[in-house]
Write a protein that binds this ligand. Structure first.
Ligand SMILES: [Zn+2]
Ligand SMILES: [Zn+2]
Length: 234
């Protein structure tokens, strides 16, 4: 606990070269790999990250945008610092990296009028253990920077095992019916009537199982589009 408090006030260090006074220095940013956007299921390259025609029957997700592959060590370190070391100020930097990619969904101006940001929730036991939800921190930072409404309207009802510890084949089963709505169907309808673009926010997506399970928790309504935005793609 004491270590977490210390980390919350940790002096900034570049996630890549570890130089001081910045979470991501200009020099390293200039060399950052450019993300290739791809279909959430089959990972075929798609300029906007939209779900390809062959995979559309398997998910109600319209598309996914990400900053870079998880193999990018700078991003990996940034996520680890936030998630496991509790260095929460870095959420602003990670959010800043996602924002340019949100423009693949629609203009940031349109998103501020028509979209909501829904962070992937943690189960209450995990939340108690970690003390914060890293995806919510990132979503909050995006919301503050872009004026897109934050709407934590999902709840994780199942204490799932860490997806990272399971094989790719085991992951969908682990996530099956893991989420539910935290608000009534009527409240949900009222929100999406004004803001029909849902953007699910998570730190990492590998098989897409978590995001696809979360997207299935939303009641089906015409004209609502469900997008995902993650820092890294596995
Ligand atoms: Zn650097
Ligand atoms: Zn596909």
């Amino acid at each position: 606990m004491l270590q977490e408090i210390i980390n919350a006030f940790a002096p900034a260090r570049c996630v890549d070269c570890l130089c001081e006074d910045t979470w991501y220095c200009e020099r390293c940013r200039a060399h950052a790999p450019i993300a290739t956007q791809s279909c959430i299921i089959c990972k075929t390259e798609r300029p906007r990250g939209t779900t390809c025609i062959n995979c559309r029957e398997e998910t109600n997700i319209t598309g996914i945008v990400s900053v870079a592959p998880y193999s990018n060590h700078a991003l990996q370190r940034g996520i680890e610092w936030l998630k496991f070391k509790g260095i929460r100020p870095i959420a602003d930097t990670l959010a800043g990296l996602i924002i340019p990619h949100l423009a693949r969904i629609d203009s940031l101006d349109a998103l501020s009028r028509c979209a909501i940001l829904v962070p992937i929730p943690l189960h209450k036991n995990k939340l108690r253990q970690r003390g914060f939800n890293q995806s919510e921190d990132v979503a909050k930072a995006i919301s503050a920077l872009c004026n897109i409404q934050l709407a934590p309207i999902l709840r994780r009802k199942k204490a799932t095992k860490s997806q990272a510890k399971l094989s790719h084949d085991e992951r969908p089963h682990n996530m099956h019916e893991a989420f539910e709505m935290a608000i009534s169907k009527q409240e949900y309808s009222n929100i999406v009537a004004r803001k029909p673009i849902i953007i699910l926010i998570d730190d990492v997506s590998t098989t897409g199982a978590t995001l696809m399970s979360a997207s299935r928790a939303f009641p089906e309504l015409p004209d609502v589009k469900i997008w995902c935005a993650t820092i890294a793609r596995g």
